[in-house]
Structures are given as structure tokens and as C-alpha cells.
Design a protein around this ligand. Structure first.
Ligand code: F0G
Length: 456
């Protein structure tokens, strides 16, 4: 088989500023060893997130010029609404400025004290928006998804049996909705199978519960279904996506991922009464229902992006380029979550740095070292992001200590990825010299964004 090439040509470029390891040492120190505090200009290859970092196409930029900026009833809104309906089949489409704005509106309405929201794994903003209302966010990831070294096709699946037992325990009336995150970001970017969505749907039906998708990476999930699930090889990704959404009563979406834009999101649903409540809240917090916190031009770009993301040449390149980095890493012995996810490679920091305990944040040690060695920015997804404290102030670590290398869509070429692999391999060779960190400042919520560290 020939090399799978980037299915695009480059018309506009952004220069990369180069720095030396000594300069990066200073940059790290100044940032309190928190890579969220590093100016992006000082980063050589930025794998902090795949969110809002996509390169837009010429057609999307053309859409930007075509945007209709009318306050009410903008032409761009109808284009956006059609594009979303074509994929989700949902009746009511509510634009928001990004995914968490959709979550905020939804959970402000359905959440509250005494309520529970089950998910395969809540993303951090989703969990924060659930918990902010006083409700409890509970995760029911399938057992296999918790084992980074085990290869399986659908490690994002929800444990439908555990879900059902939970519903029986707390009572369906205390569960306003069940959510499935596709792909499962916090669990390694792993896909959820169609069968699993159907299984969760039938549990929901049994107890009369609505099912929502957190659909940020729906196209990558649909492509994995096409590649891995029996019966889907000859279906188009659009058909697969439509089937996924057909089992859901609604969705929250960050368009900053699989709509290939730099800002945007939406809420979709079939329940008219709920949609009315959401729109009323939208007017207070985001804007009028035909723009919802976005400009008309942004809606055009989302509509176009939703078309482009379903192109199977694009999706093949997308999934294969993540796999390409993962293969280089595993060939060098670097422990990762296997198989790699759709948007990112996740390093298993526990196995990478067995000499650094969770209390000393092994993931953070890797994040800092790859920045120092090569100016590559990744993100810790472990005790820094999800750690809690018990009553004695002792850290309660989450099950996994990970470092995510998220690949922006259509931004980096194969040589950039080769460089990243070289940086990682060098870091891995010197792993025994790495030391952990302690936190010297932290905010009460979502601490990873602003906390400061000192090396031990
Ligand atoms: N749900 C999932 C699964 C996500 O990955 C994200 C964002 C959101 C919801 C929230 O969307 O950022 O538009 O408000 N994930 C980004 C990331 C930030 O880096 O994985 P948002």
C-alpha cells in the first residue's frame, strides 16, 4: 500500500518560532511548569488540544465572507440548521458558542441537587457543568476501557449492565438523562460501538430515560464503526452517523472538534418543551436563537465543516495519521493506551515513569520534559486534572495517569509528526532521570488550567 498522504494542499502558512532547550527551561519556570501558562508562540508543535485548532478549508473561509450577520433569522443560521439536521435528524437545533455552553444550558435545566447524570466518561467541562448544578456525574465505562495495555475495538463503550443497576438503585426519577460521549475523550479517545449505543438505548427505553450524545467527535467515532464493526463496512460515514444520532433524543456538540472550526457548538433535541426552555436560557446567556453566541460567519463555517468532516479520504488520513505516531511510539517501547484513539495518542505515564508515584504527578513530569526537549506541548490527564483530596488532604488519584498528545485537524504534516516521535523517544530514553512535581497553587475547580508547580 502507498503512503496515505494529507488529502489537501497548503495555501496559507503560519511560521513556527524555534527556541533552544535552555530557553524552554526558562519558559517553563516562568509558567510555573504549567503548560497552559505558556504563550503559544513559544511552542513548536502544539498538541495541547484538537479543539478549535483545526485548519479551515478554502470553502470554509469563503463561507466566512458569505456570512449573514442579521440579528434574527440569518440566512447562515438556516444553512447551519440544515447541516446539523442532515446528520443528527433531531428536530430542534440551538447554536451555542462552544460545547460547554450547550452543557451549561442543558444541565442548568435538567440538573440540580439529588440528580444523577450517567455517562461512559464525562469530559471535565461536562462533569463541572453537572456538578455546578448540585447534581452528581457518574461514569460507567466498560471494564476493558480501564486497561490501557489491552487492545480492543470499542474501549469507549458504556457498561449497560452497571448503568441499569445504578438506575434501579437511585431511581429513574432522579436521572434526567443518560449521556454517551463519542469518542470517549477522557478515556483515551476510544470509540463507542453502534451495538453499545443500541444497548444503552434499550436500557433507557426500559426506564423511560432520554439519551443524549456528547457528539464532539461523532465523525471519528462513525469512521471507527465503519472500520471495526460488522455490518458497517459498506455504509457511508454519513449513514453511520445518522444511525448513531437516531438512537439519541438529543446531543451536545463542540463544533471545535469534528465541525473543523475554531469556535462553535450546538444543542440538538427532539423534545419541544425542553428546546423552548433551552432557547429561553440561551437568550439570557448566549444570544438570540438564530445565532446563539456566534457570528453568522461562524455558522457558515460550521455548516461547511460538517460536510467536509464526513469525507472518507479525510477520515482515513485523520485516523491513520494518529495511528502513525502511535506506531512510532510503541516501536520504541513507549507505553500508550492501545489501540490509539481517534484524535490523540495517550501516553500511559504510570508505566512510562514507574518510579514517580501519583502524588508526584508523573504525567506532569512527561509534559514538562517533552516541552523542554522539543517544544512539544501535550496535556496531563491524570491526578492533576482529576485528582481529589480526602478529608486529611491526601490525594485520591483517578484510575489512570495519562499524557494526551492531541492532533489538530489538517494542521501538521508527516514531518512534524516524525519530529514529535523523535522528541518522545529521546524523553523515553532518559526517563529514569525524570523527577516529579508538587503543586504550589491551585484553584478550587478545574485546577489544571491555572495551578503552579515546583519540581521535586
Ligand atoms: N465534551 C468533550 C468530549 C470534549 O472533549 C470537550 C472539549 C467538550 C465537551 C467541551 O467543549 O471546549 O467546546 O466547550 N474538549 C477539549 C479538549 C477542550 O481539549 O479535549 P468546548
Amino acid at each position: 500500500m502507498k503512503t496515505i498522504i494529507e488529502p489537501f494542499k497548503i495555501k496559507s502558512v503560519e511560521p513556527i518560532k524555534f527556541t533552544t532547550p535552555a530557553e524552554r527551561e526558562e519558559i517553563l519556570k516562568k509558567a510555573g511548569y504549567n503548560v497552559f501558562m505558556i504563550p503559544a508562540e513559544d511552542v513548536i508543535i502544539d498538541l495541547l488540544t484538537d479543539s478549535g485548532t483545526s485548519a479551515m478549508s478554502a470553502s470554509q473561509w469563503a463561507g466566512i465572507m458569505n456570512g449573514d450577520e442579521a440579528y434574527a433569522g440569518s440566512r447562515s443560521f438556516f444553512k447551519f440548521e440544515n447541516a446539523v439536521k442532515k446528520i443528527t435528524g433531531h428536530k430542534f437545533i440551538i447554536p451555542t458558542h462552544q460545547g460547554r455552553a450547550a452543557e451549561k444550558i442543558l444541565f442548568s435545566i435538567v440538573g440540580g441537587k439529588g440528580k444523577y447524570i450517567p455517562n461512559n466518561t464525562h469530559f471535565d467541562t461536562t462533569r463541572a457543568n453537572v456538578e455546578f448544578t448540585g447534581a452528581e456525574a457518574v461514569d460507567f465505562l466498560n471494564e476493558i476501557g480501564k486497561h490501557p495495555e489491552v487492545k480492543a475495538d470499542f474501549k469507549g463503550n458504556m457498561d449497560a449492565e452497571k448503568l441499569e443497576n445504578f438506575i434501579k438503585k437511585v431511581g429513574a426519577r432522579n436521572i434526567p438523562l443518560v449521556m454517551i460521549t463519542v469518542t470517549n475523550n477522557s478515556g483515551g479517545g476510544q470509540p463507542v460501538s453502534m451495538q453499545n449505543i443500541r444497548d444503552v438505548r434499550s436500557v433507557c427505553d426500559k426506564y423511560g430515560l432520554p439519551l443524549f450524545l456528547d457528539a464532539c467527535r461523532f465523525a471519528e467515532n462513525a469512521y471507527f464503526i465503519k472500520l471495526r464493526e460488522q455490518g458497517y463496512q459498506n455504509k457511508s460515514v454519513l449513514e453511520i452517523a445518522r444511525e448513531m444520532f437516531s438512537y439519541a433524543d438529543g446531543a451536545t456538540m463542540s463544533a471545535k472538534k469534528d465541525a473543523l472550526v475554531n469556535i462553535g457548538g450546538f444543542l440538538s433535541m427532539n423534545d419541544e418543551a425542553l428546546a423552548t426552555k433551552c432557547r429561553n436560557l440561551l437568550i439570557v446567556t448566549e444570544g438570540f436563537p438564530t445565532y446563539g453566541g456566534l457570528a453568522g460567519r461562524d455558522l457558515e463555517a460550521v455548516a461547511q465543516g460538517l460536510e467536509e468532516v464526513l469525507d472518507e479520504n479525510y477520515l482515513q488520513y485523520r485516523i491513520k495519521s494518529v495511528e502513525y505516531l502511535a506506531n512510532k511510539m510503541t516501536s520504541a517501547g513507549i507505553p500508550i493506551i492501545e489501540p490509539p484513539g481517534g484524535h490523540a495518542v495517550y501516553i500511559d505515564a504510570k508505566r512510562f515513569l514507574p518510579h514517580i508515584p501519583p502524588e508526584e504527578y508523573p504525567g506532569q513530569a512527561i509534559v514538562c520534559e517533552i516541552f523542554r526537549v522539543g517544544g512539544v506541548r501535550g496535556v496531563e490527564i491524570g491526578s492533576v486534572m482529576f485528582g481529589k483530596y480526602d478529608e486529611n488532604g491526601k490525594l485520591i488519584p483517578p484510575p489512570m495517569e495519562l499524557v494526551r498528545l492531541a492532533i489538530p485537524r489538517r494542521v501538521y504534516t508527516q514531518s512534524h509528526i516524525d519530529y514529535v516521535a523523535e522528541v518522545l523517544i529521546e524523553t523515553y530514553k532518559n526517563r529514569e532521570k525524570l523527577r516529579g512535581f508538587k503543586i504550589t497553587y491551585e484553584a478550587p475547580m478545574l485546577r489544571h488550567f491555572t495551578c503552579r508547580f515546583e519540581p521535586l
